[in-house]
Design a protein around this ligand. Structure first.
Ligand code: O2Y
Ligand code: MN
Length: 586
């Protein structure tokens, strides 16, 4: 008897959840893949994917003696960073997306995207990736399914999320209770920048991304789900989805305080999250535990505190500048089982980037023989993708389904002038204002000019999925009776002197600032009384500077006149982002 061919749209494996099967069938009918693969998240599946990508040249094996299990991917040279100008939030009402987002009407956006997706997976495999953002058994976690035609995306999603059968089982269980999952549809398309869009539909909990295979544009669990859609969901449900690292700071008394910190893209969140204290501090018993390096979901607990999880399971970190001096923990993390993207290689095929060491690379990020005349050997936004568990400072509390209680929230930016090393906000409302006033000099994490000062409230300018005015109001709403909110601080590691040199050594020495912060939380460390408009600065001598070369007192002061000018600039920046909202006519 002849076997009846399976209709293309019916997956070989599939889910018992009709809503999921139907969506996969609908997408397959539109995109016309040759095959459908439901990802189970197993080691065998990962090994098969890697072998397939090595065979077709998508991945290049690196030196397996020095970097076992590690591979290099070279992205299309026009596809090397997030594309904010092509990223849209598509709400029914334009005003809900706010002036901080590019907006398109959902009907128009769907039509535009579906025209691009039409037949785009012919000759390719459609992968169905069920994933969970957060510990798989956590009530704070949220699930999604990404459909993609990129095996590179599948491999990265396996490192970055809890992906596969356990996530599918949770999606099915929640589906039985009528709880939706986030639907992310992605195709690399032709990798043509003129046919590239990243569209978010928060009212439908869905994402459509076409034309890029890179990072935040393509790994839809990360910026698209865990920040843009999650911030929308968080507002509806009364929690916060933030662009923050989470670290645990263990004091000599054996108490661990959890700190969440928001810095704009590529301003050192990974370095701070993995900080190794200087020897004198280690000897006294200080230790840093890494819970997360990029995203933090905070929910008010029954005890009034904010409880946080890291929704991610891996790091997609910036390689250039990562070294034994700046971040030894990151370097140890990426010695094996790591996917590198757009780094250079040495003549013995080891990954290399600017700032790593003084070797001279053999090939640059595009695979050309290295020539300084072509620019940096590694792309400035070159990345490593790696499981968080490989980090020597990985905190087992990263798997705690309840999350960790947050003692302090820290905002910061890259500011060559004005901003002192650290100050404390007077109260929650002032803290929200401090976060909303954040500014920073831009980096290579997104396309656009580098080194330009831009306002980036709460480091969420590229990632808040709704109107910033509503977002600030949401932050303010946490201050209610019974709340035991974290103290709020602002730091700046990047202040420069007249000679253009950094005034603060940074990296491991930043523990001195964290020590003051937890001292303030515990009511031990002294502030200056706050008799000025900035907030509360450290009292003289309250930050331990022992053993450092002389530190400029300018780092601990603020010029009142310059501060007033900053306030005007903040007001202009916030107005440009539509805040405060104009009163409606009538
Ligand atoms: O996703 C990218 O294309 C690079 S940007 C990035 C990657 C990891 C963590 N954060 C960011 C960011 O831009 O904030
Ligand atoms: Mn980030």
């Amino acid at each position: 008897m002849n076997a009846v061919p399976r209709p293309q749209a019916i997956p070989a494996h599939g889910s018992r959840l009709a809503a999921l099967n139907d969506w996969v069938a609908e997408v397959a009918a539109l995109t016309q893949p040759d095959r459908i693969h439901w990802c189970d998240g197993s080691d065998d599946e990962y090994a098969d994917l890697l072998a397939q990508m090595v065979a077709d040249g998508t991945l290049l094996p690196l030196n397996q003696d020095t970097h076992p299990g590690s591979y290099l991917h070279r992205s299309h040279p026009d596809d090397v960073a997030r594309v904010e100008h092509l990223t849209f939030v598509c709400t029914r009402e334009r005003d809900d997306a706010g002036p901080n987002n590019h907006w398109m009407a959902p009907r128009e956006a769907h039509a535009k995207m579906d025209a691009l997706f039409d037949g785009c997976m012919r000759g390719r495999t459609l992968y169905v990736i069920p994933y969970c953002m957060g510990p798989i058994d956590s009530p704070l976690a949220r699930c999604g399914v990404e459909i993609t035609d990129s095996p590179y995306v599948v491999a990265n999603m396996r490192l970055m999320t809890r992906m596969g059968e356990a996530a599918l089982a949770r999606i099915e269980r929640e589906g039985d209770q009528g709880k939706p999952f986030v639907r992310g549809l992605h195709s690399i398309g032709e990798l043509d920048p003129d046919r590239r869009f990243i569209m978010h539909f928060p009212e439908e909990l869905s994402i459509k991304s076409y034309g890029s295979g890179y990072g935040g544009n393509a790994l839809l669990g990360k910026k698209c789900h865990a920040l843009r859609l999650a911030s929308w969901q968080a507002r509806e449900e009364g929690w916060l989805a933030e662009h923050m690292l989470i670290l645990g700071l263990e004091t000599p008394a054996g108490e661990t305080h959890y700190i969440a910190a928001a810095f704009p893209s590529a301003c050192g969140k990974t370095n701070l999250a993995m900080l190794i204290p200087p020897e004198a501090y280690r000897e006294k018993g200080w230790k840093v535990w890494t819970v997360g390096d990029d995203i933090c979901w905070m929910h008010p607990g029954k005890d009034g505190r904010l409880w946080a999880i890291n929704p991610e399971a891996g790091y997609f970190g910036v390689a250039p500048g990562t070294s034994a001096a700046t971040n030894p923990n990151a370097l140890a993390t990426i010695q094996h089982d790591t996917i590198y993207t757009n780094v250079a290689v040495t003549d013995d095929n080891q990954p290399w980037w600017e700032g790593l060491d003084d070797r001279v690379p053999a090939l640059d990020w595009q695979g050309r023989p290295y020539d300084a005349a072509n620019g940096p050997a590694a792309h400035p936004n070159a990345r490593f993708t790696v499981s968080a568990r490989q980090c020597p400072s990985w905190s087992p509390r990263a798997e705690d389904p309840q999350g960790v209680p947050i003692s302090a929230i820290v905002f910061g930016g890259r500011r060559a002038t004005l901003m002192p090393l650290v100050f404390e906000a007077r109260d929650w409302a002032h803290g929200v204002q401090v976060g909303a006033s954040m500014g920073s000099e831009t980096t290579a994490a997104a396309t656009g000019q580098v080194g330009v000062m831009r306002r980036d409230p709460m480091a969420m300018k590229p990632f808040c999925g709704y109107h910033f005015g509503d977002y600030f109001a949401h932050w303010l709403s946490f201050d209610k009776p019974g709340a035991k909110l974290p103290k709020v601080f602002h730091v700046n590691w990047f202040r420069k002197g007249d000679d253009g040199k950094f005034l603060w050594p940074g990296f491991g020495e930043n523990i001195r600032v964290l020590e003051w912060i937890v001292g303030r939380v515990e009511g031990r460390a002294h502030g200056d009384g706050g008799g000025h408009s900035v907030g509360i600065l450290p009292a003289e001598g309250a930050i331990d500077l022992a053993g450092l070369p002389p530190v400029s007192p300018a780092l601990f002061r603020v010029d009142e006149q310059e501060w007033q000018a900053e306030k005007d600039s903040v007001a202009d920046g916030l107005r440009a982002m539509g805040y405060p909202q104009e009163p409606e006519d009538g």
